[in-house]
Design a binder for this molecule. Structure first.
Ligand SMILES: CC1=C(O)/C(=C\N=C(/Cc2ccccc2)C(=O)O)C(COP(=O)(O)O)=CN1
Length: 456
């Protein structure tokens, strides 16, 4: 099979800073051994997140110059609306400054005190907005999603039995909508099958329950359907996306991922009454229904990015690059979440560092050790991110104690992936030398952003 390359060439470059080990040690101490607190200038290969870190195309940069900054009725707004209608298929669109802007609007519009919001595993901001509006998140993902080594094609699927049980237990009128994330970030970027989306939608329509997608990484999801689900091999990504969204009533979207922009998002829906109510609310939180927290130039860039992200060549390379890194680690025996997800490699810090108790923060320790070794920045997705139980005040102790190596879109080459792989593999070979951490400062909420640690 002939080897392939990026479906783009480089037009501008951003020189990278290369610190010495001593300089990295200093930077790490200044950051309290928390990779979130590292300064970008001190990071060599930044795999903290794929959110807002994509490279824009020359078409997107060019679109900035024609942004229409009219306060109302902006030309750029119509371009964004048309892009969403064409690629996502929804009737109505509300622009927002980013994904959680849309989550705020949706949660306020649809959730009332005492409601339950079932979903395929939680995401921090999504669940927070649901809870702020009196809702209780209920995890209805299949059991295997919580097992880092269960190899399934569609590990993000909803367990229909769990969803049916919740409907029977609390009644359909207490379920304003099902929040179906495509892909599932916290399970390791795992996709949902088209069959499961169809089945969830049919069940919910029967009970009059809406289905709202978290479409943040929907293009990765579409690629996995094309690759793994019968009947989709010959479909284009655009065709698969259209069918995916036909099994929902609307979506929240973080443009910072699959719309290839550094800021932006939207809330979309088919129900006119919900649209009219959301149009009033967007004025309170995001601006006008025709700019929603973005400048005209941002809407132009996002419209163009929506089309580019749905390109078959773009997403094939994106997925293959994540796989290229993951396979090197798997071949070296490094414990990573399987199957390899759509946007990141998740190191299993518990298997990587079995000599550390979870209270010694294995994932945080591994992320710090990785940065010290090579200047590569990952994100802790374990006990620190899980926070404390509101009632007992004790640490929530998640089964998944992971370090996420998140690959930005169109930014790094496979040579960078090789540098990351070499560093992780060498750490794995010396893993018994990695010590745990103690938490010296714990902020009252969302501690993973600002907590500070020191080596035990
Ligand atoms: C599935 C999903 C997401 O992954 C997502 C954002 N992800 C992020 C950014 C993030 C947010 C909070 C804590 C740490 C990192 C990611 O690093 O993974 C949002 C919010 O979108 P937003 O950032 O545009 O507000 C909604 N759904």
């Amino acid at each position: 099979k002939r080897r392939t390359a990026e479906p783009y060439k480089i037009k501008a470059v951003e020189p990278l800073n290369m610190l010495s080990r001593e300089e990295r040690e200093e930077a790490l101490k200044r950051a309290g051994y928390n990779t979130f607190l590292l300064d970008s200038k001190d990071v060599y290969i930044d795999l903290l997140t794929d959110s807002g870190t994509s490279a824009m195309s020359d078409q997107q940069w060019g679109a900035l110059m024609v942004g229409d900054e009219a306060y109302a009725g902006s030309k750029s707004w119509y371009r964004l609306r048309d892009a969403v209608q064409e690629i996502y298929g929804y009737k109505y669109v509300l622009p927002t400054h980013q994904g959680r802007g849309a989550e705020n609007l949706l949660s306020q519009l649809m959730i009332k005190e005492g409601d339950y919001v079932p979903g395929n595993m939680y995401f921090t901001t999504t669940r927070t907005h649901q809870e702020l509006n009196g809702g209780t998140f209920v995890d209805v993902i299949i059991d295997e999603a919580h097992d880092p080594f269960a190899e399934l094609d569609f590990k993000g699927n909803i367990d229909i039995t769990k969803l049916q049980k919740l409907i029977d237990d609390v009644g359909a009128d207490r379920l304003p909508y099902v929040c179906l994330a495509v892909t599932v970030n916290m399970a390791g970027g795992q996709p949902v099958s088209m069959a499961n989306m169809r089945e969830v939608y049919e069940l919910c329509q029967h009970y009059g329950i809406s289905v709202m997608y978290d479409a943040t990484r929907c293009v990765e999801n579409a690629y996995f359907i094309k690759e793994r689900e019968d009947g989709y091999q010959d479909k284009t990504i655009k065709e698969i996306l259209k069918e995916m969204f036909s099994y929902s009533d609307g979506c929240t979207m973080s443009g910072k991922k699959d719309a290839l922009v550094n800021i932006g998002g939207f809330l979309a829906m088919n129900d006119e009454e919900l649209y009219i109510r959301s149009r009033e609310l967007v004025v309170v939180y995001e601006g006008m229904p025709t700019y929603g927290g973005m400048a005209g130039r941002d809407m132009e860039a996002m419209a163009q990015g929506i089309y580019e992200a749905a390109d078959d060549h773009f997403i094939e390379h994106r997925i293959q690059q994540v796989r290229y890194l993951g396979e090197q680690l798997i071949n070296a025996g490094v414990p990573v979440v399987r199957p390899i997800g759509g946007h990141a490699i998740y190191l299993d810090a518990r298997q990587f560092l079995p000599h550390l108790e979870q209270e010694q923060f294995p994932a945080q320790s591994l992320a710090a050790a990785l940065y010290l070794d090579s200047g590569v920045r990952g994100m802790e997705r374990g006990i620190v991110s899980a926070g404390r139980n509101k009632e007992t005040g004790k640490h929530n102790k998640p089964k998944l104690e992971l370090v996420r190596l998140t690959i930005p879109r169109r930014v790094y080459t496979n040579n960078h992936m090789d540098v990351v792989a070499d560093s992780v593999i060498e750490l794995y070979q010396k893993r018994d030398q990695i010590t745990g951490l103690q938490m010296d400062y714990e902020p009252p909420t969302l501690r993973f952003f600002n907590a500070r640690f020191s080596p035990l």
